[in-house]
Structure formats: C-alpha cells, structure tokens
Design a protein around this ligand. Structure first.
Ligand code: FAD
Length: 382
C-alpha cells in the first residue's frame, strides 16, 4: 500500500541512500558477520555522505531534516539485512542526548564528530546485575575536585568495541532516595585511562554487531564531561526512550517485509508433489495472514512516525508498537522459516539469519514485558 507520510524529498533521499547502501554497505555485510564487528572506514563514509546526521542541526554539520529521513535509513538497512551497522543507535538513540542536553563545548567537540563519522557513539545502561531495573545501576561516578571517578561494569553494550565516546549511566549520589534521583549521564572517551573494553560477546543473532562488556576502574573524567544536570540522568533517559522504541518498531516492520517478500518468492519456486508450494492452501493462508499483519503494523508505525515528527507525546503508543511489531517479527520469521523447510535452517538462506536476528528485538530497548508495564500504567492500572 502506498505510504502517505513521505514527501518527494524523502523519496529522493531514499533512492540516494539505497544506491549508497548497495555500493558501500551490502557488499560488506557478510564480512562484518564473520568478523563480529563493522569497520570505522564505513562509518566515516556514512558521515561524509551526510547519513549520520540526517536529522541533526545544520550548525554542527547535520542536514537538519525531520526524523523521517532517519527512519528511511533504518528501513533501507533492514531491507539489506545490515543489522551489524547500528546507525540508528548512533544517530537516533545516542546523538539526541548530545543534541538535547550537551553544552555548547560538548556539541562542538562530540556532536560534530558524531555527525562526520569520526566519533562513534554508544550508550551504557545495562550492567551484569541489572537491566530492566535501571534505577538499580551500581556503576559509580563520584566527584573528587574537578573530576568524576567512574567505577563499575557494563554489559551487552552495542558498538562497545568500536565506540569512541560512551554515554555512561552512573550513580553520582549512591544514597539518593528515590534511587533514580542519584543517576547522572557521564561522557567517557574510549582513550581515558581506566576505561577498558571486555569481550565482544558471542551471540545467537546480530552476528556483525559488536556487543560488549565495558569496565571502568578509577576512570577519571573532568566534570565538564557531565551531560546535562547531575541527578537528572534518569529523567533524560526516559525522555529519549520514545524515539528509541519507535526506531525499533520502524526497523522491525522493514525486516518483516523483507522476510515476507523473500518467502513469497521462495514458495513460488520450490516444488513439492508436482507443484509450487505456493499452490498449497496452507502456504497461501499463512502468507495472507502475515501480509495482513504487516500492513496493519505498518499503518500503525506510520501513524506514530507522523505524530513523533509533530512532537506529540506518544510514550504509551510507541510502547504498544515496540512490543507488537517485534512480537510479529518473531512469529513471522518463524512461520517463514517453516515455509522454507530444511533450507530455512541452513545459514546460506537469509531467513535463518532473520529468525535469529528477530530474537533480540523483544529484549533490548526495554523488554516487551516492560512495554506492557508502561502501557498498563498509562491505562491507570497499578
Ligand atoms: C544484542 C543486545 C544489544 C544491547 N545493547 C545495549 C546497549 O547498547 N546499551 C545498553 O545499555 N543495553 C543494551 N542491551 C541490554 C538490554 O537493554 C537488556 O538486556 C534489557 O534491558 C533487559 O535487561 P536484562 O538482560 O538485565 O534482563 P532482566 O531485566 O533481568 O529481565 C529478565 C526477564 O525478566 C522480565 N522482567 C524484568 N522486570 C520485569 C517486570 N517489572 N515485570 C515483568 N517482567 C519483568 C524481563 O522482561 C525479562 O523477560 C543490549 C542487549 C542485547 C541482547
């Protein structure tokens, strides 16, 4: 169905980015998947071509476009299964913290670098002992004179191996009541003494995406590395989650569509009992049901994209979209794998990768259970 949220300038941008991605990204995906990480040269090319700041302010080198430009990048990367390249994490999840809360000095130093592709960003919330219960983070950033001394361990951090700047969620006041009032966001450069990268973790899916442990051992940063105000970190995180969760839903729908289209093609070609498996009513009904859900999901996500660009507060609705679209993605990739028979289980068929990659979608950016907790609260329950 024709989507109504995009104007001519968006379509032009999509065509340009699609050409760039075909030339510079698609040929590298297999190599990244083998290496377990992307390469900085590609990030630099993305920056130089203007694809890391499509929605960032022009005075720092961005293109000053709306969020739909970034959504287009997410969709096109999902379409070529370039999940390794977490542009969305960099541009739509991390960069907004610098844009919204960075001092002028911080913006000049890091936002310009993030847009040009010289500074790759990561955000470190999760710790070995706590993920969903963010207020319980144990990492400390205690003030000593003009410095914060950071101590703690983070895990599952995307871009962990290649990041140049990490937004670290830490307690500046460990005794604060309520606990979330003691949380601040501290910017830590990767070359600071006391900062150490741990393992690039071995995962079920997202093979080319570096997901790492990070360690901070008496890591000293100047107080000018505090992002926003001390003790306001939790509130800042909550303010940014709307865009993060919407981004997951956008990518999820694009991945669903890719897997569905490939499966339709496969079932047309594969023969059983003298006819294409697409001729069996079971195949037709399964694909008809999934195609319906993809259209329903896309309509909802497009409605949310338009609302987000308008600046509406849609926390409950993006939470709905996050759990529903990622749940669909898991079901859809499972059904599509089944329709591939034994070939679906073979790594050489992309549907096997789609199935593995879908698993994490309901876990990160707030688990789907946490999404339902948020929705229930908005409904006035509990
Ligand atoms: C590939 C990958 C990339 C990631 N990237 C990042 C990153 O860049 N930065 C970062 O900070 N983190 C990142 N994460 C971490 C991710 O955000 C967490 O894994 C997630 O928030 C869940 O936390 P947890 O793993 O500690 O699970 P837990 O919080 O221990 O949850 C375990 C289970 O309990 C359920 N549960 C917990 N609390 C409740 C509740 N109140 N009600 C009902 N059920 C509940 C959960 O839904 C889940 O099913 C990444 C994770 C992965 C796998």
């Amino acid at each position: 169905m024709r989507r109504e949220i995009f104007g001519d300038e968006h379509e032009l941008f999509r065509n340009e980015f699609r050409r760039f991605a075909a030339a510079e990204i698609a040929p590298r995906v297999a190599e990244w998947n083998r290496a377990g990480t992307t390469d900085k040269a590609t990030w630099k090319k993305l920056g130089q071509a203007g694809y890391l700041g499509a929605n960032a302010p022009e005075e720092y080198g961005g293109a000053g476009g709306d969020f739909l430009f970034d959504a287009i990048i997410m969709e096109e990367l999902a379409d070529i299964r370039a999940h390794a390249l977490m542009v969305s994490l960099h541009s739509d999840i991390c960069m907004p913290y610098l844009k919204e809360y960075g001092s002028e000095e911080q913006k000049q130093k890091w936002l310009t670098g993030a847009i040009s592709g010289d500074v790759i960003l990561a955000v470190a919330m999760t710790e070995p002992g706590t993920g969903s219960d963010l207020a319980n983070v144990q990492t400390r950033a205690l003030r000593e004179g003009d410095e914060y001394v950071v101590n703690g361990a983070k895990t599952f951090i995307s871009n962990g191996q290649i990041s140049d700047l990490v937004i670290v969620v830490a307690k500046t006041d460990p005794h604060s009541v309520p606990p979330h009032d003691g949380i601040s966001l501290i910017l830590v450069e990767a070359d600071r003494p006391g900062f150490r990268r741990g393992r690039n973790l071995d995962k079920l899916g997202l093979e080319g995406q570096d997901t790492s442990e990070l360690f901070f051992e008496d890591c000293r940063v100047p107080v000018s590395n505090l992002l926003g105000q001390e003790g306001r970190g939790f509130k800042m995180l909550m303010n940014m989650l709307q865009q993060e969760r919407l981004s997951i839903a956008v990518g999820s729908m694009a991945s669903c569509r890719r897997a569905l289209l490939d499966t339709i093609e496969y079932t047309r070609e594969r023969q059983a009992f003298g006819k294409p498996i697409a001729a069996f009513q079971n195949t037709q009904f399964k694909l008809a049901e999934l195609a319906t859900e993809v259209e329903v999901g896309q309509a909802f996500v497009d409605k949310l994209l338009a609302a987000h660009v308008r600046g509406d507060e849609i926390v409950a609705e993006v939470s709905m979209a996050k759990w529903w679209t990622t749940d669909l993605q898991k079901r859809l990739t499972s059904e599509c794998l089944q329709l591939h028979g034994g070939y679906g289980f073979m790594r050489e068929y992309p549907i096997s990768q789609d199935y593995a990659d879908a698993a994490v979608q309901s876990i990160y950016a707030g688990t789907n259970e946490i999404m339902k907790v948020i929705i229930a609260r908005k409904l006035g329950l509990g």
